[in-house]
Design a protein around this ligand. Structure first.
Ligand code: ASP
Ligand code: MG
Length: 254
């Protein structure tokens, strides 16, 4: 039995049907005997839509209110996903960044994670429940919500995986892993089955948008294995493993 953190991006939870599909996938992993903690992004274009609404009202909105607004997106997806798991006959509890113990510095819109104290998440897992955590958010020393910068849910997932001592952090997206080029644009692009943290950082530096840069740095620093894969297929994706870790030892690859 392993402890698996699964992160589902906005395209994987874009509508209620997708949320139900993801719920089934989480339950499947659980039924294989694993403990599962999930980090979710906001549904589809929610974050962009919230920003547009804010800018309609004020071309220069207060940073604190922007983070108050943007953290609402992940709150919607996490609670709907918990309901979908419940409706499918399993148990889940959702947690905001604050409830999950994500403590950040004071910088609204681009906060850095200072510590993760996920006691509520551990308690939920110990009860046999799926724990679902809102990505992209934490609280500052004032107790106000902060966001980690666009695409920050990847970093939330890795930080949670590190704090829980997870065996693997699975990053679910809408393509089968990391490719030599964007497969949505270049059909001949090939999936890269294994890649190092350094190689991804080099790709990110030249504009590849596979994973948030900070998430890869964080994973490398704490030697957290990553599996980037599609939530729309069951094919293995791309494994990013620390030196000396064998792909055969990674749970839930098939
Ligand atoms: N919802 C946030 C964004 O769109 C965070 C994320 O998706 O990782 O940037
Ligand atoms: Mg998003």
């Amino acid at each position: 039995m392993a402890l698996i953190v699964q992160k589902y991006g906005g395209s994987s939870v874009a509508d209620t049907e997708s949320i139900k599909r993801v719920a089934r996938r989480i339950i499947d992993t659980k039924r294989k005997g694993h403990d599962v903690a999930v980090v979710v992004s906001a549904m589809g274009d929610t974050t962009d839509d919230l920003i547009d609404q804010a800018l309609d009202i004020d071309s220069n909105p207060p940073d604190r209110e922007m983070d108050m607004l943007m953290t609402a997106g992940e709150r919607i997806s996490m609670s709907l996903l918990a309901m979908a798991i419940h409706a499918a006959g399993a148990h889940a509890q959702s947690f905001t960044g604050r409830q999950a113990g994500f403590l950040t510095d004071a910088r609204y819109g681009a906060a850095h994670i200072r510590a993760v104290k996920p006691q509520r998440v551990k308690d939920a897992l110990a009860q046999g429940d799926v724990a679902i955590v809102a990505g992209f958010q934490g609280i500052n020393a004032l107790g106000d919500p902060t966001t980690l910068g666009r695409g920050g849910s990847d970093t939330s997932a890795v930080a949670l995986a590190v704090a829980l001592g997870a065996d693997i952090c699975e990053i679910y997206t809408d393509v089968d892993g990391i490719f030599t080029a964007d497969p949505r644009i270049v059909p001949a692009a090939k999936r890269i089955p294994n890649i190092s943290y350094e190689e991804i950082l080099e790709m990110s530096a030249c504009g590849s948008k596979v994973l948030a840069l900070r998430c890869v740095e964080y994973a490398e620093h704490f030697s957290m294995p990553l599996h980037v894969r599609s939530s729309f297929s069951h094919r293995p994706g791309t494994l990013v493993l620390p030196e000396g870790v064998d792909a055969g030892s990674i749970p839930n690859v098939q």
